[in-house]
Write a protein that binds this ligand. Structure first.
Ligand SMILES: *[C@@H]1O[C@H](CO)[C@@H](O)[C@H](O)[C@H]1NC(C)=O
Ligand SMILES: *[C@@H]1O[C@H](CO)[C@@H](O)[C@H](O)[C@H]1NC(C)=O
Ligand SMILES: *[C@@H]1O[C@H](CO)[C@@H](O)[C@H](O)[C@H]1NC(C)=O
Ligand SMILES: *[C@@H]1O[C@H](CO)[C@@H](O)[C@H](O)[C@H]1NC(C)=O
Ligand SMILES: *[C@@H]1O[C@H](CO)[C@@H](O)[C@H](O)[C@H]1NC(C)=O
Ligand SMILES: *[C@@H]1O[C@H](CO)[C@@H](O)[C@H](O)[C@H]1NC(C)=O
Ligand SMILES: *[C@@H]1O[C@H](CO)[C@@H](O)[C@H](O)[C@H]1NC(C)=O
Ligand SMILES: *[C@@H]1O[C@H](CO)[C@@H](O)[C@H](O)[C@H]1NC(C)=O
Length: 709
């Protein structure tokens, strides 16, 4: 207690000491840390030097800071300088400190590890945050030995000038201060703007030249707020451009700054000093006139990200996605666009491209770079067709009798109104809204007639042959060998457990709790190990008819190899004597029929989720399995719902394993009255579409929440 009372006045003293420092020189030994929110302010308070948080994380382990100088008297607290090491933003963890010693300025991490040092030859006697926004270190003779003005980041302030060896490098985005994609620099006596090959510092061809007739000596921002290049012969050359207008400058009333902003535009802004009058930075003038058309180079994405196109709106570039595309990062319009679908070679060999893609015509924009072919003479129609058929082609442009084909990623897109003769064709996937994933997953191939390629077909046939014979062999052997309880061996291609009849009898407590009656057997609830939470559904197939044997195998071989979140997972089986039992994962919410036709109907959004999930499961069975599987008995009783309300297709007892060549099959009628597709009654083969028919009936039931019959 006593020590605390002694300490308090000392702390108050210290506080006063710091406050008095804030408006005066910063003495040797002074420090600020991320913890105490300390800053060094300029005498009039316009500028402050200190730490700025880079994220809003509350966890001290992930919170990051940078050392910066900012306007301290306006609400924006706009950053004009940040500390860099090796051309990269110097980031500091919570607990880091900035100190001034006689050796200069240092930034050290929480453990005292050095992050950055000013490394000066002379001895520093004092530091000072000046009212110009320049933080300086002075030696004993009051000479500046280090200045933030000489180590600029992306901004110049009045009274600051840029020397030929210095550069301005933009930040990455409006809010991300990491080194960005554009640079202003001196070259051969002129001042240039270039894109960088981010994240490296290689400069691409420049998109703006401030022509100082090869004699530029400095880029000057004088105290009245004017910007010009000072040449070796004393001339002052203003930036040239239609948007670099002569302005009335009044540094008494306005703050001025010139920033190479993250989109590559070198802009002079003004802000009223009296922030209550009219807040916010106003664009005064900028070069180049139109960044969207200024950058044109085979490398890089331009001002906007890849696959997006750039348009000047309200004196700023904005980025837009072509039809069928959306922002990669919705919070960053400069981050590029991606197609809403997958466009890849080799993904859709089974479906002709005309059924998958369509060409969408536009005349608003162009991607002048990124052509991989130029075909001439070629009509618009031929041009579209070529791109549609070529899996490499993302977009085609037809102008006159010329056809340009473009590939991903598309860079340097710009808005432009083109003549009637000039059309941009964007290749987009035919949308079948039904199959479109909810979380922006690419939509699976829409249902279409199958055209099988010989290679996979033969492979598939062989595989199936092996599988069937393995299963058959396995069952033959099983007649004799008496199984130990739960053994982890099953048909070689599947990962199924084989259970003994006794163990399943025990698990279900002598087949006590009945969950339901499926088409060919009764389902019981079971628990695999005493006290464990591994609850299973045990389906005991009727053992009367001979045909069951076939079914059992077909079910095993078909589901054993499937794996999809909308299909019920088969865990294992039992095949002892006359007993044919399948063990599935247990679905706590019962069947879709229970839910739809029960007391409380599920909400609309839940029902939409059911419809989508079941559709995905069916697409998987029909199109994504090695050989298509027809379920043949799609109905609400055969859809189970797990605890997270995911629908899962179950009961493959009737599944007809289609060999790849059998896209049609003729068998006796299977299914349930009301859900059976008409083609079963005609003398034609059935395809996966019988499931689609049953699904349609069920979809009506899901929509209306009532039975069809
Ligand atoms: C922190 O949150 C505030 C308020 O939501 C926001 O204005 C600010 O930009 C965020 N800062 C960073 C660095 O994300
Ligand atoms: C800024 O961008 C870089 C590069 O994409 C990223 O690594 C970093 O996390 C970003 N910083 C913030 C604060 O978002
Ligand atoms: C730069 O300006 C000089 C004089 O105005 C002119 O002769 C020269 O062609 C210009 N150079 C370029 C590259 O525009
Ligand atoms: C700044 O430059 C302009 C010309 O660009 C000149 O008219 C003005 O007098 C200069 N101001 C100062 C303070 O040198
Ligand atoms: C402009 O250049 C001349 C000659 O190189 C030099 O004397 C003068 O100080 C420079 N002015 C500024 C503001 O840098
Ligand atoms: C700033 O604005 C306030 C309110 O609009 C006004 O009373 C004050 O005189 C202004 N100060 C200056 C320096 O313009
Ligand atoms: C500069 O002047 C031109 C022509 O008067 C005008 O169209 C343009 O908007 C002005 N630019 C700015 C940034 O005010
Ligand atoms: C592409 O996806 C976005 C976001 O998911 C959506 O807003 C847009 O309408 C989609 N465009 C097309 C043509 O489907």
């Amino acid at each position: 207690m006593a020590s605390l009372t002694l300490l308090l006045p000392a702390l108050i003293c210290l506080q006063f000491h710091l406050l008095s420092l804030a408006v005066a020189d910063v003495n040797i030994g002074s420090r600020i840390s991320t913890d105490d929110n300390g800053v060094w302010r300029s005498p009039s308070g316009h500028f402050a030097f200190g730490f700025r948080a880079l994220n809003n994380n509350t966890d001290p382990n992930t919170k990051l800071f940078m050392v910066a100088i900012w306007y301290d008297m306006i609400p924006d607290r706009t950053v004009v300088w940040s500390l860099k090491t090796d051309n990269k933003l110097a980031t500091a963890a919570a607990g880091s400190q900035v100190r001034i010693t006689s050796a200069g300025l240092t930034l050290a991490g929480p453990e005292g590890n050095s992050i950055w040092e000013s490394n000066l030859a002379s001895v520093v006697s004092v530091g000072s945050m000046l009212d110009t926004g320049n933080f300086v270190l002075l030696n004993g003779n009051s000479e500046m030995v280090w200045q933030s003005f000489e180590n600029p980041t992306d901004t110049l302030l009045p009274t600051q000038s840029l020397q030929p060896e210095a550069t301005l490098t933009s930040r990455l985005t409006d809010t991300n201060y990491t080194t960005g994609r554009f640079q202003l620099y001196f070259k051969d006596g002129n001042v240039l703007l270039s894109p960088l090959s981010w994240p490296s510092s290689l400069r691409y061809t420049s998109y703006y030249v401030l022509n100082a007739s090869a004699s530029a000596s400095t880029l000057v921002f004088n105290e009245s707020g004017d910007i010009y290049v000072n040449t070796t012969n004393g001339a002052m050359i203003q930036p040239q451009g239609s948007q670099w207008n002569i302005s009335d400058l009044d540094p008494e009333v306005n703050y001025y700054r010139a920033t190479l902003d993250f989109a590559g535009v070198f802009t002079q802004y003004s802000h009223p000093r009296n922030n209550t009058a009219q807040p916010g930075w106003r664009i005064m003038r900028y070069v180049p006139d139109n960044i969207c058309t200024a950058i044109s180079y085979e490398y890089g994405s331009g001002s906007c990200g890849y696959n997006s196109y750039c348009a000047m709106e309200n004196q700023r570039p904005t980025c837009k996605c072509p039809y069928g595309y959306s922002m990669l990062d919705p919070s960053n319009q400069f981050g590029g666009c991606q197609p809403n679908f997958t466009l890849a070679c080799g993904a859709d060999v089974q479906t002709p491209p005309e059924e998958l893609y369509e060409m969408h015509a536009s005349q608003d924009f162009n991607f002048p770079e990124g052509d991989y072919e130029r075909i001439q003479p070629y009509s618009k129609q031929e041009c579209q067709q070529f791109c549609l058929q070529d899996c490499m082609c993302a977009m085609a442009v037809s102008g006159g009798d010329t056809c340009w084909l473009k590939r991903f990623p598309l860079g340097n897109g710009r808005q432009e109104t083109v003549s009637d003769q000039h059309v941009v064709y964007i290749k987009t996937r035919v949308t079948r809204d039904f199959y479109t994933g909810v979380n922006g997953e690419p939509s699976p191939a829409p249902d279409s007639k199958k055209e099988f390629v010989l290679g996979p077909l033969i492979g598939s046939l062989v595989l199936n042959g092996i599988l069937v014979s393995t299963v058959a062999l396995f069952f033959l052997k099983k007649q004799k060998v008496n199984r130990v309880s739960k053994a982890a061996s099953g048909p070689s291609e599947t990962n199924l457990y084989s259970f003994t009849y006794e163990s399943l009898k025990k698990a279900t407590q002598n087949f006590q709790e009945e969950l339901g009656r499926g088409s060919y057997g009764i389902v019981y609830k079971g628990q695999l190990e005493e006290g464990s939470c591994h609850v299973v559904a045990v389906k005991r197939l009727d053992r009367l008819v001979d045909e069951r044997e076939k079914e059992f195998r077909s079910e095993l071989s078909s589901i054993g190899r499937t794996c999809h979140k909308n299909l019920v997972r088969l865990i294992g089986f039992c095949d002892e004597g006359m007993n044919r039992i399948l063990v599935y994962e247990f679905m706590s919410n019962g069947s879709l029929a229970d839910m739809l036709f029960g007391q409380s109907k599920p909400r609309w959004s839940v029902r939409v989720g059911f419809a989508m999930g079941i559709a995905r499961g069916l697409v998987y069975l029909h199109e994504e399995c090695e050989s298509p599987i027809i379920h043949c008995d799609i109905k609400p009783q055969n859809i189970l719902i797990d605890e997270y309300l995911n629908p899962k297709i179950s009961d493959f007892g009737l599944a007809k394993l289609l060999l790849s060549d059998q896209s049609r099959t003729t068998t006796m009628i299977r299914g349930t009255r009301g859900y059976v597709a008409p083609e079963w009654f005609k003398n034609v083969g059935v395809t996966v579409k019988v499931d689609v028919y049953s699904f349609g009936v069920m979809l009506l039931e899901i929509i209306c929440s009532r039975k069809v019959c």
